[in-house]
Design a protein around this ligand. Structure first.
Ligand SMILES: [Zn+2]
Length: 302
């Protein structure tokens, strides 16, 4: 299977402290927008309804570590990618981009920015967020200090450590014969459906979370849970863990406020699906391919 977007690049070595700052790729954020140089806009077809996208986007490459001036709110060393240093920095929310550059949301840069840089931008976004939110101790309120040997901020008074955290979330694609269950959350774009997902609660296993989320959100019961894959998801700091499972019993009953609509879909007649940036699409595509192949060959393993 191809690496999912946001997976750590093979030639990336994470590191916390840098002995000798040198020329580097800079991941500069203003809120959740990344600073990039953009290529000319291109329309993938003559159809004017298709949105134009930049032909490419590039990160700033800088030798001078003071290039952002006094406006820089924070700066973190990320490590080395293919021999080149990588730094993350944050500018205030109203900061103007330097000449020739612009602020872009990460999702819009998928497949436009180099895949490895895109993945590290997701890492940078999460680490900047963690650094911003842990300047003061959550227990005693004293100002925390960064360690040089590991990625942690420690309180000098009460010694509480704040490591960057990820929030595990499970995703379930439920099969019933030749159909899959897809649902709409009220904040989805019009017409789009996806697999069910929810955050793991303290005191529960992934399998228990999956069964609970499915029952709460659509009122059906599942069995035969199989692990599919996982993806780092930096909005803001999740780890998505995806599973395929089979329907056992129950009719669809969408949870008020959470699920706008949920339906069984024939794998050959699917609605609009999420972008290929997310594991949801990878999961749906894999199950659809497998199910369509078994329909074609006439196997009845359902
Ligand atoms: Zn403290």
């Amino acid at each position: 299977m191809l690496e999912l977007p946001f997976s750590r690049p093979m030639d990336f070595e994470p590191c916390v402290a840098c002995e000798a700052p040198a020329e580097a790729h800079w991941f500069v954020f203003r809120s959740d927008q990344l600073l990039v140089e953009m290529g000319p806009l291109e329309r993938p077809s003559d159809d004017l309804r298709v949105r134009a996208r930049p032909a490419w986007a590039r990160l700033p490459l800088q030798k001078n570590h003071n290039w952002l001036g006094a406006a820089r709110a924070r700066c973190l060393y990320l490590g080395v990618l293919g021999g080149m240093q990588c730094w993350a920095a944050e500018l205030p929310a109203a900061a103007e981009p330097p000449a020739g550059m612009s602020w872009q949301g990460l999702r819009a840069l998928f497949t436009v920015l180099d895949d490895r840089h895109f993945a590290l931008a997701g890492r940078a976004l999460q680490l900047l967020d963690w650094d911003r939110n842990h300047q003061f101790c959550g227990r005693c309120g004293a100002r925390t200090e960064a360690r040089k040997t590991e990625r942690v901020r420690v309180c000098p008074d009460c010694k509480l450590s704040a490591y960057p955290r990820v929030a595990p979330a499970v995703m379930a694609l439920i099969r019933r014969e030749k159909q899959i269950l897809l649902a709409r959350s009220p904040h989805f774009p019009p017409g789009m459906y996806s697999a069910l997902a929810g955050f793991v609660e303290p005191g529960e296993s992934l399998e228990q979370c999956l069964a609970r989320e499915v029952e709460e959100e659509v009122g059906v019961r599942i069995c035969n849970t199989r692990y599919f894959a996982s993806q780092s998801w930096p909005f803001p700091h999740s780890l998505m863990i995806a599973f395929v499972c089979d329907w056992v019993s129950g009719e669809i009953r969408p949870q008020e406020g959470e699920i706008e609509e949920a339906n069984w879909f024939e794998v050959l007649q699917l609605p609009k699906l999420p972008s290929k940036i997310s594991i949801a699409r990878r999961l749906i595509d894999a199950v659809v391919k497998e199910t369509a192949a078994s329909i074609k060959s006439g196997t009845t393993d359902f």
